[in-house]
Structures are given as C-alpha cells and as structure tokens.
Design a protein around this ligand. Sequence first.
Ligand SMILES: [Zn+2]
Ligand SMILES: [Zn+2]
Length: 249
Amino acid sequence: MDEELEESDALECAQHGKAHVTYVCEHLISHPVQKWHSDYPDAENHWPDAWCAACNVHYLAQGGEWNERNEDLVPIKLMCHVCYEGARSASLARMAGPVFDAWDAFLDTCFEELKTKNDQLNQEFDLGSHQRYDWDQEKAELVFSNGGVPAVIAKIDFIGSYSSRSDTWLWAWANFHLLENIRTRIIAVRDFGESHDYPCLITAKWEAEEGDGWDMAAAAAHVLNAKGVYRSPDRNGASFLLIREICKA
Ligand SMILES: [Zn+2]
Ligand SMILES: [Zn+2]
C-alpha cells in the first residue's frame, strides 16, 4: 500500500497484518461467489461498502440508500482490504450457464477483431520498428520516435494493467495513480459489463494471467470501437493502451 494507514481505518488481519478496514455484509463473507452490490471505487475509497442481493432488497426498499430503517436489517462485518479484494476476485466464478457461454463467445469475437485491427496497424505504422515510445497522460498521447523525432502519434486511453507481482488485472478506471484524462473513457466498457452482467468488466481488480489482459483489451477495443491496442511491458507486468486515433507525425 502507498497510502498511510490512519489508526481509525486500520485493522489487524490474522492473515495480512495491518490493513485497511472495509465493510461487507456477512453473507458475502461466507459466500463470496455471488453478485456484489456496491458503488464503484473512487479516489477516496478504493474498497466501497458491499452487500449481497438479499441485502440489496432492503437497500432498494429505501430508494437506494442506507438509513435507520434498513441498516439494522443487514449484518455488516469488517474485512481487511486484501481479504476484500480476494473475495471480490473470487466472485467472478459466479458466471455460469448461458451468461458464461455468451461471455466466452463475446471474447472470441473481440479477440479475432483485435487481431485484425492490430495486424492492420502494424502494416500501416510498423509500431515495433521505432527506437522508442513515450506517453503523455495530459495529452492522452502515445508518441513513437526515432532519434528524438516523432514518427507516429496515437491518441490513447489506458485500459488496465496486468501485474506479474500479484498476478492481478486492474482496470484503469480503478487505477487512481493515472490522470483522470486517460482513465475515464474506459468506463464505457464497465457500463457495457453492467448491461450484460459480465463480472470481469465490472470488478476493479481480480486474479489474472497475462492472457486475461489481452482479453480485456480486446473487449475494450470492441466496445470503444478502437483502432487497436498497444501493450507496454514493464518490470511488473504490462499496461494495455487503447489506440483511439493514430497518424504519422
Ligand atoms: Zn447480505
Ligand atoms: Zn486479510
């Protein structure tokens, strides 16, 4: 964790030591593999309060808020933030039956689509042939250059990143180290995930392999009708960048 732990929002987890406090209904703690109802993470709260479908009935009965009439009906427990992320990640296994089949077919289509798009990009711009590339978060640009001279300029969005240290995927919309300008358009992919109830698209961080990064990138390129995806490797894994527009400098 980068953030300093304030005593008031810290707890001692038997498994993970000192950690951030999160609030979760006890049904999700005992059965994490189900739909988690919560707000999305924001810069102030990376682990928003979460409750199960049964508790959500009480929430909706009060017009989508917690107050003195429904709070007592929901058994809320404290959970360490590492346990929270692990349990939320485990909830992805709730996808089954026709939804799983639809998701699988959707990913296949997106992957083929992205392969074609990336092949075309490489034919036109030969992205691997340039000496270096740099991105500028403020301009949301990725610039390929040779000897200090820009050769190709792409308008980009961050899709997300795969960490080989933690074997996790993190969506850019939940990566608050990134500037807003480069992580908010990708929320359209999350909205798409909501409308189809695809948990991989709506869960901020989950246990993954690098191939999952390509799958998410392909889904994002499809939903946002992108020109392609560029993978930028680093010591701890790789970032996946969506190419919205691209031209020779
Ligand atoms: Zn519950
Ligand atoms: Zn823990």
